[in-house]
Write a protein that binds this ligand. Structure first.
Ligand code: NAD
Length: 437
C-alpha cells in the first residue's frame, strides 16, 4: 500500500500548484496525471492561445506598419511557424511545471476512486487522509444534428494549416479569442452567438465595444442566432428572428462552453455531482469528508487562477475568493472584476458608473491603440468599488489594480490619492476615480 499525506488527481494549474505548495510545506504528496503536466491551461488553453495572440498582434502591427513610418515590404504569414513557436513555448513551460512538482511523487495514469481515502491507478492502490480532485473540464458539445462535423478548441489548436473560411459557434470567451486571432491571420471569420450580445458574462458596454472593434476589423458577428444543424460540407444552419439562414464555411469551431471531467469510481464515494460539476461547500470539500474538488471540475469559476486560488484555500491559506478578475485575450483585450452595471442596477440603486475612453490617454495614442473604454462602478454610500470593466490595450494587466483595491476593501479614494506615472495606460483608471464626486 502506498500512503501519502495528500493525493491530488489532475496536474492542471489547480492540481500542480496545490501539489507544489503542499510539498513545500512538508507534506508527502502524490500527483496523478493521465496526460501531460499543465492540464488544459498549458496544453490546450491559455498558453497556446496567448502565444498565437502574439503572432496575431505582430501580423496586425505589420499590416499597419506604414502608419508608423516603417515599410516592411511584402508581408506573408506562415501559420506552421506560428504553431511551432506555440508548441515550443508550451514545452518550455511544461519543463517548469516538472521542476515545480519535483518534491511530489508523480504517478502517470488514469485514477479511479475506490473510496473516500483510496485511489487506484493501473491496478495499484494509493491512500491518503485528504484527496483533492482537480480533473478539469472538456469542451461541451452542442446537441444539434451534424455536431460531429465541427471541431473543438482542442482540435483547432493542433492545426498546422488554417482554412480560408471559418464559422465559430458561440461568442463567449473562447469563441471571441479565436475569432480575433484567426481574423488577424487573414481567415474569413463569422461568429454565431445565441444571446443578444457577445461575452454574456461581461458588462454590456464592454462587450458592445469589443463587438464594434472586431466588426471594424472584418469579423462577421451574428447575435440572437441559434445554430440548428451542421452539414457534412461545413454549412451551418441557424435560426434568427424566426428565419432559417445558412452560412458556408471550410471549418466550424464549437465554443459553447465546457463540461466538468469527473474521475471514474465517484459512485464508490458520497460525492455528489450536479449539473455544474462536483458539488462542494465553501471550503471546496465534497460530501465525502476529506475529499475536495477544485477548479473547472466544481464549475464554480472556470478560470486557471481561480483553480489555484481554491487549492491554496484547501491548504489553509487565508485568501479572498470573492474578488476574481477575468480577461479575454482578444485585440483589444477585455477584462473585468466585480459586478457588471446590469448587476449593480439590481443590487445597488445608489451606484455611480464613470466611463473613460482610452482615446484621451497619451500612452494609448502614442501606441496607436486608442480604441478602448474603462468603466468604474462605485457604491456612492460606502465609496467601495463594485466593479471595473475594461476593453482596451493591456486590459488584462490593468485590471490588477482595481482587483487589489476591491480585494483589500479599499475605497475609490485610495486610487484617487495614488499617484499614477505619466504617460501610462494606468492613468485611465485614475481619471475614472477622479470623476467620482
Ligand atoms: P462561454 O460559456 O463563455 O460561451 C459559450 C457561448 O456559446 C455563450 O455565449 C452561449 O450563449 C453560446 N451558445 C450556446 N449555444 C449556442 C447555440 N446553439 N448557437 C450559438 N451560440 C450558442 O464558454 P466558452 O467560451 O466555451 O468558454 C468555456 C469556459 O472556459 C468559460 O468558463 C470561460 O470563462 C473559460 N475560459 C476562459 C478564458 C480566459 O479567461 N481568457 C479563456 C478560455 C476559456
Amino acid at each position: 500500500m502506498n500512503e501519502f499525506d495528500l493525493i491530488i488527481i489532475g496536474a492542471g494549474p489547480g492540481g500542480y500548484e496545490t501539489a507544489a505548495g503542499a510539498a513545500a510545506s512538508g507534506l508527502s504528496v502524490a500527483l496523478i496525471e493521465r496526460g501531460e503536466l499543465g492540464g488544459t491551461c498549458l496544453n490546450r488553453g491559455c498558453i497556446p492561445t496567448k502565444t498565437l495572440c502574439k503572432s496575431a498582434e505582430v501580423a496586425l502591427t505589420l499590416r499597419e506598419a506604414a502608419l508608423y513610418g516603417v515599410n516592411p515590404g511584402e508581408i506573408s504569414f506562415d501559420y506552421a511557424v506560428a504553431a511551432a513557436r506555440k508548441d515550443e513555448v508550451v514545452s518550455t513551460l511544461r519543463e517548469g511545471v516538472k521542476s515545480a512538482v519535483a518534491g511530489c511523487t508523480l504517478i502517470n495514469g488514469d485514477a479511479a476512486m475506490i473510496d473516500g481515502h483510496t485511489v487506484e491507478v493501473a491496478g495499484e492502490r494509493y491512500t491518503a487522509p485528504r484527496i483533492i480532485i482537480a480533473t478539469g473540464s472538456r469542451p461541451a458539445d452542442l446537441p444539434v444534428p451534424g455536431a460531429e462535423y465541427a471541431v473543438s478548441s482542442d482540435n483547432l489548436l493542433s492545426l498546422t494549416e488554417l482554412p480560408d473560411k471559418i464559422v465559430v459557434v458561440g461568442g463567449g470567451v473562447i469563441g471571441m479569442e479565436f475569432a480575433s486571432i484567426l481574423n488577424a491571420f487573414g481567415v474569413d471569420v463569422t461568429v454565431v452567438e445565441y444571446m443578444k450580445e457577445i461575452l454574456p458574462q461581461f458588462d454590456k458596454d464592454i462587450a458592445k465595444r469589443l463587438r464594434s472593434s472586431l466588426t471594424r476589423r472584418g469579423v462577421n458577428i451574428i447575435t440572437s442566432a441559434a445554430v440548428k444543424e451542421i452539414l457534412p460540407d461545413h454549412t451551418v444552419i441557424y435560426e434568427t428572428k424566426g428565419k432559417e439562414l445558412r452560412l458556408e464555411s471550410d471549418m466550424v469551431v464549437m465554443a459553447v462552453g465546457r463540461r466538468p471531467v469527473v474521475p471514474a469510481g465517484i459512485e464508490n464515494t458520497a460525492i455528489k455531482v450536479g449539473r455544474r460539476g462536483i458539488e462542494v461547500d465553501e471550503s471546496f470539500m465534497t460530501d465525502e469528508p476529506g475529499v475536495y474538488a477544485i477548479g473547472d471540475v466544481n464549475g464554480v469559476m472556470m478560470l486557471a487562477h481561480a483553480a489555484s486560488a481554491q487549492g491554496r484555500k484547501v491548504l489553509g491559506e487565508e485568501i479572498n475568493l470573492d474578488v476574481i478578475p477575468s480577461a479575454v485575450f482578444t485585440s483589444p483585450e477585455c477584462a473585468m472584476v466585480g459586478l457588471t452595471e446590469e448587476q449593480c442596477k439590481e443590487h445597488y440603486p445608489e451606484y455611480k458608473a464613470v466611463k473613460v475612453p482610452f482615446r484621451g490617454n497619451g500612452k494609448a495614442l502614442a501606441m496607436g491603440e486608442p480604441d478602448g473604454l474603462l468603466k468604474l462602478i462605485v457604491d456612492t454610500a460606502s465609496r467601495k468599488i463594485l466593479g471595473c470593466h475594461i476593453c482596451g490595450p493591456h486590459a488584462a494587466d490593468l485590471i490588477a489594480e482595481p482587483a487589489l483595491a476591491m480585494s483589500r476593501n479599499l475605497t475609490v479614494d485610495a486610487i484617487k490619492s495614488t499617484i499614477h506615472s505619466h504617460p501610462t495606460l494606468t492613468e485611465v483608471l485614475s481619471v475614472a476615480a477622479s470623476r467620482i464626486p
